[in-house]
Design a protein around this ligand. Structure first.
Ligand SMILES: Cc1cc2nc3c(=O)[nH]c(=O)nc-3n(C[C@H](O)[C@H](O)[C@H](O)COP(=O)(O)OP(=O)(O)OC[C@H]3O[C@@H](n4cnc5c(N)ncnc54)[C@H](O)[C@@H]3O)c2cc1C
Length: 429
């Protein structure tokens, strides 16, 4: 078991395989930096197309947000209205086509590569206030019109209470085409799938520099280097590479989770018999679901400073008990957190630096779906099918001044903290 993981329930319940570090110089068509959803999905797409692929991960597969998140598989992406407005008719069509593309891709790869990641249908968005419920009803009508066969159910307070055993919400919208999964198992399944197609995956191989040369790129780690035609930067907010080109366009927000002890069968039956994932419709939301072994996994943002809280359990357990007070006394067995990329321009950061450095990241809280989509999109663009990639590439990337210096990063973090605080207050009005 890798020491570098954050001690999550995911780590405790997944079968990891340790991989070697890169210790020689090798050549590949494409070198991918980062073993989260973006990097792994790109590796799969490129390996499926027959290209030689090397993936370099600084720690372990799924070490970043992809192996720690809430596992909620949610349609669409953050910033899609802005994206569609900027890119016009092509953008609107792309938004529609992308809405379920990540779900379809994940399902196809689970089937074709033959792995399991506890994929469970049903995602319920719940409203705290009549105003939020009215917005949800408007959204429901839009979704029913655009995607009538996706299994929608709009519920009032009473219906919701009998479905999920709480009177905390005034109503909700269920989508049976969304759902939830075990994100670390998904990462590991994708890594094994890519390896099965010939990709080479190295762990404990932090990329230290990327040096563009004529028609190729040198990607350097401590003990070896990859010479490739293309490099894909899929390192989320954890990296400090490409200084001056990518930095300063996203900030890192912290999000945290707890996992309780497994509940008794009768508790599961009373609280969430259908095992739907649940998320409230506030911008700064709580999200929760039952794990395959019957625990409550409850997550949310816990502060506005970006600093790690002293006790994740003290912050999140009271919020869980507001939803299901009958769980008073339940033991919390795991608590962990991670950082998600929040782009200053809202729309995911997808683009290209020069001829052969490609990048993707910054999905806010929608990266299960979108990370898989963007990795695939970049892979396709590299093999010459780049129409949707080009739309993202041409989106202006808003950056904080001096974003490549620590003062600029501090400024960006403060801006995100203030924005989160603003939404927290607005959610409660
Ligand atoms: C606590 C939490 C809960 C979330 N909940 C949800 C949810 O329920 N649903 C949802 O859709 N989204 C959720 N998200 C967001 C989602 O997890 C992310 O958007 C997504 O996983 C990002 O994927 P990624 O591949 O871009 O980055 P990551 O998964 O962060 O992967 C980047 C990888 O790059 C590696 N790396 C960094 N620097 C280097 C380097 N120099 N060399 C080599 N490797 C490097 C890192 O080690 C890391 O493994 C959540 C995020 C968090 C943190």
């Amino acid at each position: 078991m890798h020491s570098g993981y954050p001690g999550s329930w995911y780590q405790a319940s997944a079968q990891e395989t340790a991989r070697p570090a890169l210790r020689s110089d090798i050549v590949a068509d494409v070198c991918i930096v980062g073993g989260g959803f973006t990097g792994l999905s790109a590796a799969c797409t490129l390996a499926e197309a027959g290209l030689s692929v090397v993936l370099l991960e600084a720690k372990a597969i799924g070490w970043g947000a992809s192996g720690r998140n809430g596992g909620q598989l949610i349609r669409g992406f953050v910033g899609q209205e802005k994206f569609a407005k900027y890119t016009g008719i092509d953008g609107r069509e792309a938004v529609k086509a992308l809405t379920w593309a990540g779900h379809d891709l994940i399902r196809r790869r689970i089937d074709e590569y033959g792995f399991d990641c506890d994929l469970t249908p049903g995602w319920l968005e719940v409203a705290h206030t009549p105003r939020q419920l009215a917005a949800l009803y408007h959204h429901y009508n839009e979704m029913e019109t655009s995607f009538p066969d996706r299994g929608w159910l709009f519920m009032g307070a009473n219906e919701l209470e009998s479905a999920i055993g709480t009177s905390r919400y005034v109503g909700g919208l269920l989508s049976m085409s969304d759902g939830h999964l075990h994100p670390l198992k998904l990462c590991l399944g994708l890594a094994r799938g890519a390896e099965g197609l010939g990709a080479k995956v190295f762990e404990q191989s932090k990329v230290l520099d990327i040096i563009p040369e004529q028609h190729k790129v040198r990607v350097e780690t401590e003990h070896g280097c990859v010479e490739a035609q293309h490099v894909v930067m899929a390192a989320n907010v954890h990296h400090h590479l490409q200084v001056g080109k990518l930095q300063g366009s996203a900030s890192a927000a912290g999000s945290y989770l707890i996992a309780t002890e497994p509940l008794r069968q009768e508790q599961l039956q009373a609280l969430n018999p259908n095992r739907w994932a649940i998320c409230d419709s506030r911008k700064v939301c709580d999200y929760f679901r039952m794990s395959a072994d019957g625990r409550v996994l409850f997550g949310g943002r816990v502060n506005y400073s970006g600093r790690k809280p002293r006790s994740i359990e003290d912050k999140l357990l009271p919020r869980l008990l507001k939803v299901w007070p009958e769980l008073e006394g339940v033991r919390v067995e795991y608590a962990w957190g991670g950082r998600l990329g929040v782009p200053y321009g809202e729309v995911p950061l997808v683009g290209r630096v020069g001829e052969n450095v490609w990048y993707g990241g910054g999905y806010t809280g929608h990266g299960v779906n979108m990370g898989n989509i963007v990795g695939d999109m970049i892979g396709k663009a590299i093999i010459g099918e780049g129409a949707v990639f080009d739309l993202f590439n041409k989106m202006p990337k808003r950056r904080v001044p001096f974003g490549h210096f620590s003062c600029g990063r501090w400024l960006g973090q403060q801006a995100v903290s203030l924005a989160i605080l603003y939404y927290w207050i607005k959610d409660r009005l």
